[in-house]
Design a protein around this ligand. Structure first.
Ligand code: NAD
Length: 592
């Protein structure tokens, strides 16, 4: 017979415990909330009060409901008070000895039938359960922060946990309106195992001066639609907590991706733990504040565009959809643009496609007929490189091999006036390879217009070893005038967005390949636990598995880091023609 959970104990009323107590009480469950002292209990009560106040203010909860929530919670500093609970959820700090001690105590205090659960993020549930005489009744219930908001909970079953116990806990979570994702007992479970490798890589990028903290965060927020950039998220989690989770992951996986980047240890030693101490990667108004303030590492927009060269006229070389969208963007921003068609399509085909694109913008009300006409009038067609001679900025957007692109750069070099900036939209070859086809590599910069799922307004400005600083500033100012968000990074495989995103998605493929969790469970953990707009497999299917494979292969070839090597499963799917949405089948099947 299924267990009824009338009363549930919550031990440790901190950030997570208070949230879990609120979730239970707001779904009609009696709660016994335990902490060490009256002060700690008062803090927990205040957290529940603040959270429910917000829910009342937003009209999600009535004042009566809120009163009922408080009526259902008994606050106590005596662990014995959980003795008649049907389930106890432990949420004390992440320390194995402490958790084992509490589990041994709970085992002694509670009914023989009671289930004991731990909210641990990274410790072994099996080791915790071994402190009791009832390991078959011990599970992990990993809530996400903030517990009342995030929709999923990872349920961890050890090899000893009874199937019925797991089923009963899953039913309770359903009653709490949570999506349960049940997995085995491996460090980091699904979400943290995927998340922390990626967060650690972002720290390594920052440590090496690859990009600024703001640009790393903007890349993932604007470029990938994630709710927060990785360094902002680390400040929220707390660098000490993140370090411990990475250690636990590394101890199990032994992969370099999980070895905490040394900078984390240094920041922790210096007391820069994140928001809670008022300083981490960013500086905050006060400890515990979420408001970041300017500090010595902040650079202003003015500094970023300092010394920018004047751009009055733009040239675009290319013909396919990327060239067309760059052309339209420049013309709509008010630049006279000279198009040098390159490839199979003639200028007429390109111009027709652009007109259609503008018509769609008119139909959807984004621009009016007059702006459309003005944009079209700003576009002229070149017969050869000589017609680009007066352009201040020339953007290469050709579909072709490295040799094709190098030939274009050599052509531009021989025709365009000195002082012009040459940009390339490529993300597939090192920018320096193209720059060296000219006699003026200092004037060549990458301008990668990102189009990753789910769509971004981002341009990655890529600085080679030879690019002059004022050329970077020029590209930055130019992107700003196009209405794009510009970020800067070095000339390395994947630039910023792809270099962070695809190994992260690749880890999800490796997890699937290891049969730890299903496609649906992994997507749900990241969507409902971490607030991702799409799960990793949805992103892979949307981006194209062949593209993901190409980026991962390039990253691996450049860095030779085994963490970047694509999973054999991804290679096999691509070989089989399962490329994602565009081929009707990837990690999932598509009808449309
Ligand atoms: P926290 O430090 O905010 O709260 C811990 C609480 O436990 C404190 O109120 C403390 O007074 C109390 N406590 C300590 N020893 C106790 C004892 N012997 N008996 C009773 N209470 C005791 O910690 P937290 O962030 O809420 O984390 C709790 C657990 O949840 C950890 O295992 C953590 O890994 C996990 N977790 C945290 C997050 C997060 O984002 N913070 C997310 C998921 C899981």
């Amino acid at each position: 017979m299924a267990r009824e959970f009338r009363k549930v104990g919550v031990v440790g009323l901190g950030t997570m415990g208070a949230g879990i107590a609120e979730v239970l009480a707001s779904h009609g469950v009696e709660v016994v909330a335990i902490d060490l002292s009256d002060e700690a209990l008062a803090r927990g009560r205040t957290q529940v009060r603040n959270s429910t106040d917000r829910a009342v203010a937003r009209g999600k909860l009535t004042a009566d409901d809120r009163a009922a929530i408080f009526d259902r919670v008994v606050f106590s500093a005596c662990l014995d008070d959980v003795k008649d609970a049907d389930l106890v959820i432990e949420s004390v700090p992440e320390n194995l000895d402490l958790k084992r001690e509490i589990f041994a105590e709970l085992d002694r205090i509670c009914n023989a039938e009671a289930i004991l659960a731990t909210n641990t993020s990274s410790l072994s549930v099996t080791e915790i359960s071994a402190a009791t005489q009832r390991p078959a009744q011990v599970v992990g219930t990993h809530f996400f922060n903030p517990a009342p908001v995030m929709r999923s909970v990872e349920v961890i079953r050890t090899v000893l946990t009874d199937a019925e116990v797991v089923a009963d806990v899953e039913r309770l979570l359903e009653r709490l309106d949570k999506i349960s994702i049940t997995v085995g007992d491996k460090a980091g479970f699904i979400a943290n195992a995927l998340l922390f490798g990626y967060l650690n890589q972002a720290v390594a990028m920052y440590e090496s001066g690859y990009a600024t903290r703001e640009d790393i965060d903007t890349a993932m927020r604007v470029g990938c639609g994630l709710p927060m950039g990785p360094l902002t998220l680390l400040d929220l989690i707390g660098l000490d907590v993140a370090h411990d989770i990475l250690e636990a992951l590394f101890n199990e996986s032994r992969v370099r991706r999980h070895a905490p980047v040394p900078l984390l240890r240094h920041m922790i030693t210096a007391g820069l733990l994140g928001r809670k101490t008022g300083r981490g990667f960013y500086t905050y108004e006060t400890p515990d504040s979420s408001v970041a303030v300017a500090d010595a590492h902040t650079s202003t927009e003015e500094q970023q565009v300092a010394g920018a060269r004047r751009v009055d006229q733009v040239g675009v070389v290319g013909a396919d959809s990327v060239a067309q969208s760059v052309l339209v963007t420049c013309a709509r921003a008010g630049y006279p643009v000279v198009l040098l068609p390159y490839g199979a399509d003639t200028a007429d085909v390109v111009l027709d496609a652009i007109e259609e694109d503008l018509d769609r913008s008119v139909a959807s009300g984004r621009i009016d007929e007059l702006s459309k006409k003005a944009a079209l009038q700003r576009i002229t067609v070149a017969a050869g490189y000589a017609d680009l001679a007066d352009c201040d900025m020339v953007i290469e957007a050709v579909q072709g091999s490295v040799d094709d692109k190098r030939a274009v750069f050599a052509g531009l070099d021989g025709a365009v006036k000195p002082g012009a900036v040459f940009a390339t939209v490529t993300s597939a070859v090192p920018i320096i390879d193209l720059a060296m086809a000219t006699s003026r590599p200092a004037d060549v910069v990458g301008a990668h217009f990102c189009m990753p799922v789910p769509g971004g307004q981002l341009v990655e400005i890529v600085q080679t070893i030879a690019t002059a600083p004022d050329v970077v500033s020029t590209a930055h100012a130019f992107c700003r005038r196009l209405g794009k968000q510009a970020i800067r990074c070095r000339d390395r495989a994947g630039f910023l967005v792809q270099a962070l995103l695809f190994p992260h998605l690749g880890d999800a493929v490796k997890m699937l390949q290891a049969r730890y969790a299903t496609v649906d469970d992994i997507d749900a953990a990241m969507k409902y636990g971490c607030g991702y707009p799409m799960g990793p497999f949805e992103m892979l299917d949307q981006n194209g598995l062949d593209n993901a494979l190409a980026v991962q292969t390039r990253l691996y070839e450049e860095y030779r880091d085994p963490s970047f090597a694509p999973a054999p499963l991804l290679e096999q799917l691509v070989k089989a023609g399962y490329l994602g949405r565009k081929s009707g089948r990837g990690f999932r099947d598509y009808d449309d």
